[in-house]
Design a protein around this ligand. Sequence first.
Ligand code: NAI
Length: 250
Amino acid sequence: MSAAPLGGRVAIVTGASRGIGAAIAASLADHGAAVVVSGRDADRLERAVKEMEATGASVHGVVADVAKREDADRLVDAAKQRFGRIDILVNNAGITRDGLLVRMKDDDWDSVMDVNLRGAFLMTRAVAKAIIRQKSGGRVINITSTAGAMGNAGQANYSAAKAGLIGLTKAAARELAHWGILVNAVAPGLIETDMTASISAAAREALMAQIPLGRVGTPGEVAEMVRFLAGDGAGYITGQVFHVNGGLYI
Ligand code: NAI
């Protein structure tokens, strides 16, 4: 038995080659979990795996597009083969394709739905089956967004996908409780990552004016909430949405 709080547990973190996903993977590993990280870019994923290994983490990288069923199933199989079990799934992979609703292309809608919502469904289904077979219980943590709770102009697709992810979280929490699988969502506000790097200075200033804490958040601050939800201390929490947003949405 390991003394680390997540010792002996195996986690899958999707979209973990950078940003919030990388911080989550590092935090879970720091607390003793073996971590399977996925991403679409093989080189970037390999660099992320090497960085984690250098800290002594038990980590395995799998190139996979979560929006594709074969890839999602292969990712879950790889985790079982490499580490023998699965205990924690973090559905973090996400993309934005921003634009005004009246100008939004069908493909901008479809691709955002496919990655942010369908991907989470495919992964949750595959992991839930594995955990049910293990008879061990487990955790699913979905990374949604403030946009899913309050809507964001210019992000009809993303807001809808992230709101859908909250619905998926609540329904899955009710269904999977029977097998001891706890399902929660974490909704970050404005976090400093590649995803938000392209926001214009004017839009950033307007957003900052709405954040009572007066600053952007860090990936580590989101990871801290995920780590808590993955651990034993969160054993009586399911179907909830936790906002990590400096007060942007209260
Ligand atoms: P990022 O763009 O820096 O990283 C996203 C990761 O997801 C990358 O590793 C990317 O390769 C991966 N990814 C994208 N599509 C994928 C696919 N089809 N299959 C597998 N992996 C895929 O973004 P960031 O900021 O780290 O975002 C992580 C999550 O947090 C996303 O779900 C995002 O929507 C959410 N979020 C981010 C906020 C922010 O302010 N940065 C705010 C609220 C939510």
